[in-house]
Every structure is written in C-alpha cells, then in structure tokens.
Design a protein around this ligand. Structure first.
Ligand SMILES: NC(=O)c1ccc[n+]([C@@H]2O[C@H](COP(=O)([O-])OP(=O)(O)OC[C@H]3O[C@@H](n4cnc5c(N)ncnc54)[C@H](O)[C@@H]3O)[C@@H](O)[C@H]2O)c1
Length: 430
C-alpha cells in the first residue's frame, strides 16, 4: 500500500517523535492532541516534553509544512493511536489496578467518522491482551465498515528507550500484528517509510503480548535484584559487589537494585496481565508488590542512616523515574521523598531535568545549592549523569550535614569519604 497522509493521535513521548519522523520522511502528517496547550506550544515553536534531538526534528517537520498539529483529526490514509494507557487509581489499598482504556476508546471514536474503505488503523499504545480485537475493532466498525475486510487494523508496540527515542524509533526491530495477514502487510508498508530495523509480522494479540512480556520480564528481574539488596543488607553483604561477582557467571545477568520501579511502562504494564488473568499471575503480581514496596525499604534505610527522621532536613537528589530523563510518572523517587516527609523529615528535592515541576506536597528547589543548603543529609534517588559526576568538594561546601544515602550506586564511596562524608548505600547494611 502507498500512504500519503496520516493522522497521529497523541503528541507525547511516542506520538510526537513518530509523527515528526513520518513527516521528515515525506508523508503529510496531522498530529492530533486533545490537550490544547500541547497544540499551542507546538504551534508557537515550543516543546512540552524533553527528549534529545526532538526540538530539531519537530522544528524541521513543522517548517517543511509536512507536519501540522490540531485538536481535531482529518481524513487520512492511515491513523495511528499513541495515547496514554495508565491504570485507574484504586481507592482500596492492595487491590489490583485496572487499565484505563478511556484514552484509546476516545481516540478510536474520533477516528470512526473519518474512516474510509482501504484505510489502515494502528494501535501503538501499550494495551491489555485482546484490546485490538475486542475494544478497538468494534468501535471502528460503528462506521459501518468491517475490520480486516474494508479497512486494515494492526497493533504495533512501541519499544523505544526514553533518551534514545529518535534513534531507536528507526533502528529497533518493529513487531506488527494484524487482525488479518493483509492488515499486517499494510502495517509493514506504512512503517517501511522510516524503519531500518527488521519488521516482523504476526497477529494482533501476539503483538500485544510481546510488549507486555518484555516489560513484565524487566519488572520481575528488577524485583529479584531489589530482594537481593534487602537480603544483602540483612546478612552484612555489599549487594553491588555480590551482583558483580554473580554476573561473572556466563549465564547470569542480575539487574541493578534501586529505589523501585517507575515510569509509564514497566510499573504499569505487568498489571494488565494481573488484571486480565489474576489466577495465572502469582509471580508477576508478587514482583509488582516487591517493586512498589521498595521506596519503603529506602525510607527505612535513610532512617537507620540518620538514626531517625523526625525533624531531619534531607535533600532529595533526582525525582525522575530513571536517569537522564524528565519523566516523573509513577516515579519511586517521588514516593521516597513523600515517605520521608510523612515520617517527620523536612525534604527539599532537586530534579535537574524539571526543577520547576509541580508536585503537590513536595518542596522543589530551583538549584542544587538551594536543595543542599542546611541539609543534614542528601539522598541520591536517580543516577542522572550530572548528579553522579558531582564533585565531593563542591558538595561539601554546600551541605552542613556529612551524610549521604546512595540508592543507585551512583557514587564512589571512598572518594566521598575522603571529603569527610559518611556514605550509606542501598544493599549495604549501615
Ligand atoms: N513513553 C515511553 O517511553 C513509551 C514507550 C513505549 C510505549 N509507550 C506507550 O505509548 C503510549 C503513549 O505513551 P506516551 O509516553 O507517549 O504518553 P504521553 O502522556 O507522553 O502522551 C500522550 C498524549 O496523548 C494525548 N491524548 C490523550 N487522549 C487523546 C485522544 N483521545 N486523542 C488525541 N490525543 C490524546 C495527551 O494529551 C498526551 O499529550 C502509552 O500506551 C505508553 O504505555 C510509551
């Protein structure tokens, strides 16, 4: 198939790079977002998210006239859905979170009046198994057209790494699952516009499971690393040394422990399996619980390091869910900062990628200096390069307390100890 004009729903971390990349590869693209502020920002030459290289790419796409942005869709040859799929917040503690498919539903509903024979619709949003067939197809069929006969429908998971999205979008292998083989082939024809990695065709539900299995595997593997950190703490072992020695085994690759698991994907997607099949997902469910409780372990480590939390002033360094990104969604670092506060500490946080983030109940400092001033201790919650590269002498001049808690093994303890600090690491009993 030959695609000239496409419509991309959702101009966030996934949709905006995707829309811009299609545009710079010659397609006419309408980027649709329901948030008028996103549209206004883009039309004024701004950018509402941080991703290396994205400003230049979006600028080039808009300047060429190939990318336009709007709050309403238009007719097109293909429609791509890249809207959020978070979970609904549950009122009852310890209940299983449910996938919030309302954004996917409303994007599909917005496509329906514009759907024509021969169109292709792609769902990219990470979704519970059978969403394409059981949720999206019936909505689109309200147009009077039949999925797989009159129009093509595919699920194609996005697997890019934030921080490297622009490169990975093009170079990663792409899985395309069609509701029929012809739909999958149409999906291949579309993505061949820019994908240089392998394009592998399958059915829609397999493609949905592939994405969920990838993220669930990461979550389970991080959970075991976090449990190893707790065990090492109990048994007086340095978990970082133990992991590096275990990983000398040719068939072992233990991941890094940390303050927990966050972000829009790995901390969310495994719940889609648990919700869909609670009777089959003991391990996945337990891993989620382990990772969700890791901030409590970190708060307790901090309490032990400081001999108590009441009235202590703590600088929380880094709030993003992972290094060198500005994304704070589901971040365990934010959870740790709240837990420390709830235990009576006074926390001032510094997030270099979003110093002015609005986090209710949490005080953010505009600079590192402001965060460290008058602090009894600093806790490193995210391995941002600029935080890992801090000079001990610079920090020593800023912070009156000489206690550091390192939850990501980001600092060379000896180096800091020489500058007069006491360093407490996650997975090493204080
Ligand atoms: N961010 C990642 O690294 C990543 C990686 C792989 C997969 N995913 C998946 O991709 C999907 C999108 O994630 P994201 O990080 O880009 O989300 P995001 O929150 O950054 O962006 C989503 C955008 O969609 C807009 N939107 C919501 N409903 C809409 C609608 N009905 N029509 C048009 N626009 C709408 C929002 O206003 C927002 O700007 C999710 O399912 C996510 O799980 C994300």
């Amino acid at each position: 198939m030959n695609f000239k004009k496409i419509c991309v729903f959702g101009l966030g971390y996934i949709g905006l790079p995707t829309a811009s990349t299609f545009a710079t590869h010659g397609l006419d693209v309408v980027g649709v977002d329901v948030n008028p502020r996103v549209i206004e920002t883009l039309r004024n030459g701004g950018l509402h998210i941080h991703e290396p290289g994205l400003r230049t790419l979006v600028g080039a796409a808009i300047k060429s006239g190939k990318l336009t942005v709007a709050t309403q869709p238009a007719e097109a040859d293909a429609f791509i859905i890249a809207v959020p799929t978070p979970f609904k917040l549950k009122e009852k503690a310890n209940s299983i979170p449910e996938a919030d498919m309302s954004y996917v539903t409303s994007a599909a509903e917005a496509i329906t009046p514009h759907l024509r024979k021969g169109n292709l619709v792609v769902l990219e949003s990470t979704s519970p198994p059978r969403t394409t067939v059981e949720l999206v197809a019936p909505i689109l069929e309200r147009s009077g057209l039949t999925a797989g006969e009159d129009f093509h429908l595919v699920y194609s998971p996005e697997r890019v790494l934030p921080g490297q999205i622009l490169r990975e979008l093009i170079e990663n292998a792409r899985v395309i699952g069609g509701i029929t083989p012809a739909s999958a082939q149409a999906g291949r024809d579309l993505y061949a516009a820019f994908v240089k990695g392998d394009i592998i065709l399958t059915d829609a539900t397999t493609a949905e499971m592939v994405k969920l299995m990838e993220n669930t595997t990461r979550d389970v593997n991080i959970a075991i690393a976090n449990e190893f950190a707790r065990l090492a703490d109990r048994f007086g072992v340095d978990v970082w040394e133990a992991i590096s020695l275990a990983n000398r085994h040719p068939r072992i690759d233990i991941l890094r422990p940390g303050p927990g698991v966050g972000g829009h994907c790995i901390s969310v997607d495994p719940w889609f399996f648990v919700e869909a099949a609670p009777d089959l997902t003991d391990l996945i469910h337990t891993a989620r619980r382990v990772n969700d409780s890791q901030p409590h372990f970190v708060a307790d480590l901090t309490r032990r390091a400081l001999g108590g939390l009441q009235g202590r002033k703590i600088a929380a360094l880094g709030l993003a869910y992972k290094p060198d990104v500005d994304d704070l969604r589901e971040s365990p670092a934010v959870k740790v900062a709240h837990l420390l506060q709830e235990a009576g500490a006074s926390v001032v946080a510094f997030e270099p990628f979003k110093p002015d983030a609005d986090l209710p109940g949490l005080q953010l400092a505009p600079t590192l200096e402001n965060a460290l001033a008058e602090a009894d201790a600093a806790i490193l919650l995210v391995g941002h390069t600029q935080l890992k590269e801090l000079e001990p002498a610079r920090v020593a001049a800023l912070i009156p307390g000489r206690i550091l808690i390192d939850t990501v093994n980001g600092w060379d303890a000896e180096n800091w100890e020489q500058a007069g600090f006491r360093v407490f690491k996650l997975g090493v009993n204080p």
